[in-house]
Design a protein around this ligand. Structure first.
Ligand code: CA
Length: 546
């Protein structure tokens, strides 16, 4: 025993310096750990429709069978990637058989496009999403079908078979009613001739996508069966395409169609989630909430001239952080005017828009900062695949739908070739594989942003109010109140380091920093009610007791 103790004593003496160094390292790790403390806070996931969604273009996402076209099994293989980022919702762009690569021209509403896999693959995907707490919604294109859909081809064959004096009748061909046909040339560039007949059909987008006629009750019954079918297969709801074109230019008629869709789907599944694409200004798309549909995409904040881009890249008071905070209230108030429980659907870009990194001239700090400006908004937030790594893509539509940049090696497992008419894309930021390893990558920043959102349920669900007493133009200061709790979000949207914001205990009660983001990795600190923020940073403050 004694010998052993002496040995230990000698060992201790010999290695004193080593032990001291070890102790110092452990201590400094502890200090680093405090920087990361907020990340270890509990995540409070509520199983409702205020989610963080990932939009996937299956074609370009992940290939499972080596043909370089993405497929459903490829999506399944990346579910852990998606869940690990903190997403708890997925929107799949159209997956039904279609003539085009993008598949917004549906040939059969009750099948999976063979390029993407089988119905069994879809059911497996739905089950795997379910295991991970991910709600799966699919694109539902009701405005038009493919010109190859049998409803349309039968209707056309029927019209062409009519004699010169014969009037068409839905009794002879029910599909005739499903579309907008007229006799005689309307001389409009959205109307197309049926063969060599006197009949013309409407195609708002192109000749391959004839618009349907919602006056037809037969058509509505068909679509009801389609909605039932997919809910039954495991879809948790729908993203509704091009809803403003149901009756182009007639908002109240479009709202009527959507009211029918909403009533039907919610009767079948009260938990289903639906989000509509009404690509209009706020004043118009807000009106669509009267339909009862949960969400409509927030075009006010999106794209190259939306609030987020303006805040980060335009100058002047109207594009300041203050203006950003005001816009949050403006959108909230506009949509609640039409429905008190409206769920905003913020997004930055989608498959129809150039990718966001280009709006920021590939300035990495701004590309990062755009994430919280979108994802920390109230409502259901949407992220287009590849935005989390700052992918490139602008110009023609195909370029906006480029292969997910998993690996720098284009022939690596899972890599897709992208749409055939895509121009070669050169990404400015590293591939996902590399960014996942780097703590200071765009990917890691997105992941932290979503984590912050998931830790604080008030962020997605809270009612926003601007803190008018914070007058600094570079600071957006808001409160979010949900379920009787109020938290505060401060955004330093400027190059200025060490910005100070006073959040006095007298006014706001004792607050703690619940978490923060900063593009350069510097810490947000708080002392005696004064919050000090690095350039381009966000802080979440919670009452000290909660
Ligand atoms: Ca494939």
């Amino acid at each position: 025993m004694k010998l052993k103790r002496d040995k230990f004593r000698n060992y201790f003496r010999k290695n004193f310096v080593l032990l001291l160094v070890l102790a110092l390292i452990t201590g400094s790790l502890g200090a680093c750990g405090s920087k990361d403390d907020w990340r270890s806070r509990e995540v409070t996931v509520i199983d409702d429709n205020y989610r963080t969604w990932y939009e996937i273009f299956v074609y370009s996402f992940c290939d499972s069978d080596g043909d370089q076209v993405g497929d459903l099994q490829g999506v399944i293989s990346k579910l852990d990637y998606i869940a690990d980022m903190g997403f708890n919702g997925i929107w799949l762009m159209p997956i039904m058989p279609a003539a085009s690569y993008h598949k917004y021209d549906v040939k059969d509403y009750l099948e999976i496009d063979p390029e993407y896999g089988t119905m069994e693959d879809f059911e497996e995907l739905a089950a795997e999403c379910d295991k991970r707490g991910i709600k799966l919604i699919i694109d539902l294109v009701l405005n038009h079908t493919s010109s190859e859909h049998f409803w349309f081809t039968e209707a056309c064959d029927y019209l062409e078979s009519l004699g010169a004096d014969e009037e068409p009748s839905a009794e002879d061909c029910p599909y005739y009613e499903y579309y907008n046909f007229v006799k005689g040339n309307p001389n409009s560039d959205v109307w197309y001739q049926v063969g060599s007949s006197d009949y013309y059909y409407e195609g708002m987008f192109w000749s391959g996508m004839p618009d349907v006629n919602f006056e037809s009750q037969g058509l509505r019954r068909e679509f009801e069966a389609v909605m039932d079918f997919w809910l039954e297969k495991g879809a948790g709801g729908f993203r509704l395409d091009a809803v403003k074109e149901f009756y182009s230019g007639a908002t109240s008629k479009n709202v009527e169609v959507l009211t029918w869709v909403n009533d039907y789907v919610k009767a079948a599944d009260p938990d289903a989630y639906m989000v509509g694409e009404a690509w209009e200004g706020l004043g118009t798309y807000a009106q669509y909430y009267a339909s009862g549909i949960d969400s409509f995409f927030d075009f006010e904040f999106a794209g190259p001239t939306g609030v987020v881009t303006k805040t980060l890249t335009f100058s002047g008071e109207t594009n300041s952080a203050q203006a950003y905070a005001k816009a949050l209230s403006r959108v909230q108030n506009a949509i609640r005017e039409y429905r008190e429980d409206a769920i905003d659907a913020p997004f930055f870009v989608n498959h129809d828009m150039a990718r966001a990194a280009g709006y920021m001239q590939y300035d990495e700090r701004k590309v990062k900062m755009a994430a919280p400006l979108n994802i920390l908004m109230s409502g259901s937030a949407f992220v287009y695949y590849g935005e989390e790594i700052g992918m490139t893509g602008s110009g023609k539509d195909e370029n906006k739908r480029a292969p997910m940049y998993w690996s720098a090696d284009a022939s690596a497992e899972g890599m897709t070739r992208g749409p055939l008419d895509m121009e070669p894309q050169e990404n400015q930021f590293a591939c996902a594989e590399e960014q996942m390893k780097a703590e200071d990558s765009i990917y890691s920043f997105y992941k932290d942003t979503i984590l912050l959102r998931n830790q604080n349920p008030e962020i997605a669900r809270g009612t926003v109010a601007r803190l008018e007493e914070v007058e600094d133009q570079d600071i957006a200061a808001i409160s979010k109140t949900y379920d009787g709790k109020t938290i505060y979000l401060l955004y330093n949207i400027s190059e200025t380091d060490e910005k100070q914001v006073t959040m006095s205990a007298e006014q706001y009660g004792e607050l703690d920093i619940a978490g923060y983001l900063s593009v350069d990795g510097g810490a947000v600190t708080m002392k005696d009610g004064v919050v000090t923020m690095p350039s381009y940073s966000v802080a979440v403050l919670r009452p000290a007791e909660s």
